[in-house]
Design a protein. Sequence first.
Length: 226
Amino acid sequence: MSIDVPIQSMTPLLELQGLRKLYGDRLLFDIDHLRVGTGVAIILTGANGAGKSTLLRVLAGLESAELDEGRFCGTHFTLSPYPRDLRTRIVYMHQHPVMFSTSVEHNIGYGLAARGLAREQIRERVEDAMAWAGVGHLRNTPPGRLSGGEKQRVALARAKVLEPRLLLLDEPTSNLDGPAREQVIALVPSLTATGSSVIIACHDRDLIGLPDVQRVKLRDGGLLVR
């Protein structure tokens, strides 16, 4: 089964052919063709256990899988070994993000520091990310004192500040309700504004119903356009 997502440029951001994931003798998914354009948002649905989270983790290089052919920005790549360059261009956000017991500001800037950016560059980009996520007032707060919604917004800021070409979000609203959930959903449309693409695995009806998104379903090992 294949999926062809509308693109905004001649060259797709990501294109895969023959992507298969097995657990022993069990075939979790077998995707003939996956094509993702630039600046698009894709909502990935499917039953529990269908393989949504696993697919995101495979795309991020966190799990192994078989791949016949892969291209990112037109350049061939393999999943094993996973290219170092893709680790800086594809970012995965876990359903339950882990944070350091320091401060919001430090957590958001950690990835930039690990990449060796200058302190002033880190400060400017972290300020922008905190303003985008609405967490600037929490800059010195230890993550252990944050609410669930605040943690998710900090995690989104930590992912966005890395300026990935492809952002993979695993159930970003699953443990939220009320205003906290609405605040996280409100951030999603702006993720593609700068040309990045985003794939969101979820069951959230409001996320699924967002305008200007491509909705696909992982079922029986294949991807179906909804």
